[in-house]
Ligand binder design. Sequence first.
Ligand SMILES: [Mg+2]
Ligand SMILES: [Zn+2]
Length: 190
Amino acid sequence: MRRAVFFDRDGVLTVDKGVERNIREMELYPAAADTIAFMRSSGFLIFVVTNQPVVARGLVSEDDLRDHFRLFERELLLRNPDAVVDMIYYCPHHPSANLERYRVLCECRKPKPGMLLRAAREFGVDLASSYMVGDRITDIVAGAAAGCRTVQCLTGKHDDGLIETDMVFDRNTEPDYRIVNLGELKEIVR
Ligand SMILES: [Mg+2]
Ligand SMILES: [Zn+2]
């Protein structure tokens, strides 16, 4: 069983500019590539777990989103050739989507832990010794629900409340760690 770091993307690895501009104007945080490379070199699998309601809203197709993720991965590698992401999991759904086929109460939309659990199944991840790193409390709840240690990065939308969900969870969930810059992750992950 391997350990993993699950990263939320928007507001953690990339600047969160709003659902549509995140796609059109991707901007990596300066520490993103080196932090991923460092975690890999420490033996962690690297996953990105990201809600992309931009698909449910009909603003971007899944094909375009996958193209965009390839660009994102290429940008990481340009900055650090060891900044390899093992897999990007995304949730294209939304409970009130414009597009009917995405209008579902899925198991993957954070704060549900579906994407983390799927990665654990597919890659043999020991969740209890893995970390979820996110900006929003939504990410922290997802990480805690999966049984991971949780790190809130005080960038992005860390002040925002929990997104709409049908999930039952502990309203008092708090992150295990808080960091102000992604680069600090190196110092808390052991
Ligand atoms: Mg985020
Ligand atoms: Zn979903």
